[in-house]
Ligand binder design. Structure first.
Ligand code: NAP
Ligand code: ZN
Length: 352
């Protein structure tokens, strides 16, 4: 075991603050990583404030962070994909049972025995896993991803959650040229969804509550932007979408979006507000519409997404911050003020 610097919260109402956490010595199969950048996902905030207490209660202290890029500093003797000095990335998963039908299908994100990067039982050290708001971590090689060398690292970090979470459902529901695709909520996930839908050739419409994001949405690849409280603008799109991705972090009415779907259209929720959302049966019934959800993506698909980003030069639009600004960043995240992902420069932790 060794100690490393980190930022943790002691309770649902405490700010994040500097601390020291233990990490295991790398086993034969492990990669030890010096963390260079870690994105701030809204899930970090939900977990730190225990907003998902009924589904995934938070164990304190919590060290959040699951959008991690860094460099391998040490590798175990059985590791074949990485050597010291290589770029290495970690997303939301650090382990799974490897034997269940989901794991066998490459869908580790649905494994009943998965280990999340933070706030999951830690099989090695006991207690819970600690995430990427830290200087160093140790992860089984099978859950470490390769980062294309042409991508800027601060903007590559958010691909590990915001990227895969939006890429995976679009691939699953076959977003491609000729499809009309909506993206609801232009935050960290939403802005990646726009980039992917555009790169996949779809006609992309962004739905936002923030009129000030209109120009950005077009620059990011949207063909049209609708300010969602303008009911007249919404009405123009009724019955016309093949696919809509809802990436909203807070409670909101999803029925107006279901009504925008065409026959057999699909609305996929990736946003995870704490409270249940109401669904109008009629909105679904009248056009055989589908409502579904999606959870990050498996390891193989995450690598596919990173390689796709390498080939298309896609990264997140980031505001790089030192770790000392993380609490301020959370407040701005709640106000939908982030353009469009905070990425923490972990070098700042050295002076914490
Ligand atoms: P984010 O950056 O805060 O973006 C959320 C966006 O939702 C905001 O930018 C805003 O966009 C919109 N929004 C916020 N409050 C709203 C309200 N009251 N009504 C309508 N729209 C509102 O968050 P994120 O990191 O992208 O995460 C989004 C959600 O996805 C979170 O709940 C997170 O936990 C979840 N998530 C799920 C997965 C998964 O695997 N399914 C993975 C990662 C994250 P506009 O300003 O454009 O309206
Ligand atoms: Zn996330």
């Amino acid at each position: 075991m060794y100690n490393t610097k980190a930022y943790s919260a002691a309770s649902a109402t405490s700010p994040l603050a500097a601390t020291t956490i233990p990490r295991r010595e790398p086993t034969d199969r492990d990669v030890q990583i010096e963390i260079l950048f870690c994105g701030i996902c809204h899930s970090d905030l939900h977990a730190v404030r225990n907003e998902w207490s009924s589904i995934m209660p938070t164990t304190y202290p919590i060290v959040p962070g699951h959008e991690i890029v860094g460099r391998a500093t040490k590798v175990g003797s059985a590791v074949i994909k990485f050597k010291p000095g290589d770029l290495a990335a970690v997303g939301c998963l650090v382990d799974s049972d490897g034997t269940c039908p989901n794991c066998k299908a490459g869908l580790e994100q649905f494994c009943a025995n998965l280990t999340l990067t933070f706030n999951s039982p830690d099989k090695h050290l006991g207690g819970v896993t600690y995430g990427g708001y830290s200087a160093s971590m140790v992860v089984d090689e099978g859950f470490v991803l390769r980062v294309p060398s042409n991508l800027a690292l601060a903007g590559a970090a958010p691909l590990l959650c915001a990227g895969i979470t939006t890429y995976s459902p679009m691939r699953h529901w076959r977003v491609t040229t000729g499809k009309k695709v909506g993206v609801v909520g232009l935050g960290g996930l939403g802005h990646m969804a726009v980039k992917f839908a555009h790169a996949l050739g779809a006609h992309v419409v962004v739905f936002t509550t923030s009129p000030s994001k209109k120009e950005d949405a077009l620059r990011l690849g949207a063909d049209e932007v609708v300010v969602s409280r303008h009911t007249g603008e919404m009405r123009k799109h009724v019955g016309s979408f093949d696919f809509i991705l809802d990436a909203v972090s807070a409670e909101h009415d999803i029925n107006p979006y279901i009504n925008l779907l065409g026959r057999d259209g699909n609305l996929t929720l990736v946003g995870a507000p704490a409270k249940p959302l109401g669904v109008s049966a009629f909105a679904l019934i009248m056009a055989r519409r589908n409502l579904s959800g999606s959870n990050i993506g498996g390891i193989a698909e995450t690598q596919e997404m990173l390689d796709f980003c390498g080939a298309h030069n896609i990264t997140a639009d980031v505001e790089v911050i030192p770790i000392q600004k993380v609490n301020e960043a959370y407040d701005r995240l709640l106000k939908s003020e982030v353009k469009y992902r905070f990425s923490i420069d972990m070098a700042s932790l050295k002076s914490a």
